[in-house]
Design a protein around this ligand. Sequence first.
Ligand code: ADP
Length: 502
Amino acid sequence: MPFQNKIYPTNADTIHILFVAAEADPLVKIGGLGDVAGSLPISLNRLSIKQKSRIKLDIRLAIPYYPVTNTSGLDIKKIAEISIPTTKGPVKAEIFETFFDGITVYLVSGDPIRRSELVYGKDFISDSEKFIFFSLVCLELPKILDWRLDILHAHDWHTAIAVHQLRVKKINEPLLKESCSILTLHNLPFMGNGSENSLQKYRISPSLDPSLPDWAKNLPLTMGFSAADQIVTVSPSYAKEILTAEFSCNLHDFFSANQKKLSGILNGLDTALWDPSTDPLIFNTYDQKSLQKRHSNKEELQKEMGFDVVPDVPLLILISRMDFQKGIDLVIETLKQIRHLPWQVILLGSGNSSLENLCQSFEADHPEKVRCRIKFDSKLSHRMYSAGDILLMPSRYEPCGIAQMIAMRYGCVPVARSTGGLRDTLVNHRKSSAGTGFLFNKADTKSFSFTLTKALSVYPQSNEWNAIQQEGMGMDFSWEHSAEKYYQVYESLLPNFQEITE
Ligand code: ADP
């Protein structure tokens, strides 16, 4: 029982939560983690203000103050200077405070963070020091602010050390004594490998947890898993998948032993940003009632790409990091197998250079039906979602995935592997029910090409296709759902406190 000995003040009407993450949109955003840390605390705060009969949330966010942090228009005040001890002497930290959308945000600065030009650098040693330093400074915040910490909510390996060290510090620190922790998992394979020297430098001892395999006792993410009171994955299906050898990165025994504290909550989508009825970045805005306006978006994009402007030829799109995880190789192989069918494809992404090369040579071999754009181009992605007929997403694993949610909202039908968040957000098309997309089970070209061919055969049947688009566009992926679920997790920790005090 994780909270057996807690003494929660009986008059407490507020849960104090510190949200710690490596990035938070719009201050700094690299990927999906930035979306979550930027949107979730704000949604939780709004929910707390709205639902007056519930226990209140005092939720604050802390992120590193990188040189690239976008603070324009914000009032930033320095609130403290402290030192973090290391084997090589103390390292100075500065803490700044600002307010954003109803939330107090702490920006943590110091040499390990200032030194990094990129949020996630290529040099793992300095990345690990940066995030360990940040995590340790965050744990000093309650003392600096004289603020009792009820829940530390950390994300991924970057801040998992805060969870681990909380266990150690709470023994002697009154403001942390009753604190518990949640670690949200966005991407399991990134565990913080290469952090050993930094852990030693900051005097952080390995985990002693016997349920962790030896190789995992000195890795930030797994140390955080072990210490966390709750582990939350970014989709319910992914929480189940990591109990299996295929998805667990060799941690299935650990997760099985700790299943009681494991759950999944689907990420939300910024529905104001991703709204085809108001999107300023698309040729022609539209909604469920004016879906026919998409045709001109397709025509414009076909022109822009130098394709033949042919309305009946399905336009396939891929918008993704070029990573083995995303099944980019499966896309190319599958499209090669069905090259005799009518389709055009636009591949937008960057990352792994061999996958980038694979896409580029595919374009060179089929210039009449393939366009490849090796870059990160958010504006182009909006035009593609608003014009594409089918989104290709054959991920090998997908903790949550956001591209499929955007595609559905824009009337672009996903063909995706039934895994993780894809399984939780998509409803498979059947003869008897429209569904919102086409799902396949095995991450191989045979299953993918079978299902893509099926989707291509449904596409010309405009009533059936329209029903799929309508159902997808009607789905509600707003952050309020996720916020409500996290609120419940926060609240679920309370009965254990109160039991003792009653
Ligand atoms: P992941 O977080 O694993 O990369 P997601 O599907 O959760 O995958 O999120 C990817 C997000 O990044 C989506 O919003 C997608 O539109 C966007 N994206 C990915 N690659 C590109 C790119 N090359 N250009 C523009 N947007 C991209």
